[in-house]
Design a protein around this ligand. Structure first.
Ligand SMILES: [Zn+2]
Length: 159
């Protein structure tokens, strides 16, 4: 690992309460490991009786709307922005549900639930192959099993 600021090779150094942390001797600063941050959303219909599941990337499996959080953007804004961009819907009542680190893409995923202001799915963008409302029980069955999306959805439904 190299310093993000000056490119010097980092060496591990002990930091109280943290353990061994990469350190840049030139900058005199600890450089904590970096990772991406993304958000995924459980979007409920206006009557809160249905959940939005989508299919993407040519894969026949139902997932949640998700996207990376831009540098300088807060997570709540990113969550609402992604839903607007990909589904064409505005949302209200955005609440934090759960988070989980996803090793394969080195991403911390923050999951929110929110309520769409309309159930119109005619304005999805090119990134969405298919979008559909499912009742809460149907969503439980139809979300791709063994995924982070399923873990978030079940945690929400079981609350
Ligand atoms: Zn440095």
């Amino acid at each position: 690992m190299y310093c993000v600021n000056c490119g010097t090779k980092l060496t591990d150094r002990f930091l109280e309460h943290e353990g061994m942390i990469p350190y840049c001797k030139k900058c005199g600063e600890y450089r904590f490991p970096t990772f991406s941050v993304a958000c995924s959303m459980i979007v409920l219909s206006p009557d809160k009786n249905r959940v939005l599941l989508i299919k993407q990337y040519g894969r026949d499996r139902n997932i949640l709307v998700a996207g990376y959080i831009s540098k300088g953007e807060n997570a709540e804004h990113a969550a609402a922005r992604e839903i607007k961009e990909e589904i064409g819907l505005s949302v209200s009542e955005l609440h934090f549900n759960e988070s989980s680190y996803y090793e394969r893409t080195n991403t911390l995923m923050l999951n929110f639930w929110c309520v769409a202001e309309s159930d119109d799915l005619s304005n999805t963008n090119y990134e969405i192959d298919h979008a559909e409302w499912y009742t809460l029980d149907e969503a439980r069955e139809n979300i791709v099993h063994g995924s982070l999306a399923e873990k978030f959805l079940l945690a929400f439904l079981d609350k």
